[in-house]
Design a protein around this ligand. Structure first.
Ligand code: ZN
Length: 216
């Protein structure tokens, strides 16, 4: 039986990936990483969504990352800033690399051959470990490391935010995702604070998609 593990944060992208995985795979589990998120709320929403869809959620404690980096996503006393054309200061160097490696070890132990992650090169704000080239390279490395035949799957790799909303809509889940996922850096669920960079990207994508849908 085909089994998949979804790297799941409770945000728009990973929730879209989770719902996609539920359509594609016979068995689906999620892993959620705790790393001193700015908002522990994020984890509560992730738990709620996993419960809503009856999927198992493995929570892995990763706050050791805070020993290495100081940035706005993990430290409440640092303001979020995003200068034009620069990597936002919410960036944790190498985070996806570490998370995917842990997810792969977990997947192997539960007999899952597929690992799904919502990374995207299209909206990539300069995160090198969101690029397709990195994912493919890591996929090889993991299989060499564990003598396995795991497959890293990135359903959103070439999609912009409007296309991610379209994907949700095609699964009949646009409303659910819009109301129940947390993307906002200020911890406001759904449409969010509408001011932070994450909210702006998400809401602009939604408006773009809805305009396109209404034009058809
Ligand atoms: Zn926000």
């Amino acid at each position: 039986m085909e089994k998949a593990v979804v790297v799941f944060s409770g945000g728009q992208d990973s929730t879209t990936c989770l719902l996609w995985a539920l359509e594609e795979f016979a068995e689906v589990e999620t892993v959620t990483f705790l790393y001193g998120q700015r908002h522990e709320l994020e984890v509560d929403y992730a738990k709620k969504i996993a419960n809503n869809f009856g999927v198992k959620q493995k929570i892995i404690q990763m706050d050791l990352l805070n020993q290495l980096t100081e940035n706005a996503l993990t430290r409440k006393d640092i303001e979020i800033e995003e200068a034009e054309g620069e990597i936002p200061n919410t960036f944790v160097e190498g985070r996806n690399h570490i998370f995917l490696s842990f997810a792969a070890i977990y997947a192997k132990t539960v007999g899952a051959n597929h690992i799904i992650t919502g990374v995207s090169e299209t909206e990539f704000s300069g995160y090198p470990d969101c690029r397709d080239e990195f994912i493919q390279s890591l996929n090889n490395t993991l299989n060499l490391a564990m003598d396995s035949s795991l497959k890293l799957i990135t359903p959103l790799m070439w999609k912009n935010k409007a296309e991610v909303w379209k994907m949700a809509d095609q699964m009949g889940q646009l409303e659910y995702i819009n109301e129940n996922t947390l993307t906002c850096y200020n911890g406001v669920v759904g449409t969010g604070c509408e001011k932070c960079p994450a909210c702006q990207l998400r809401n602009e994508g939604l408006q773009t998609y809805l305009r396109e849908r209404n034009d058809v």
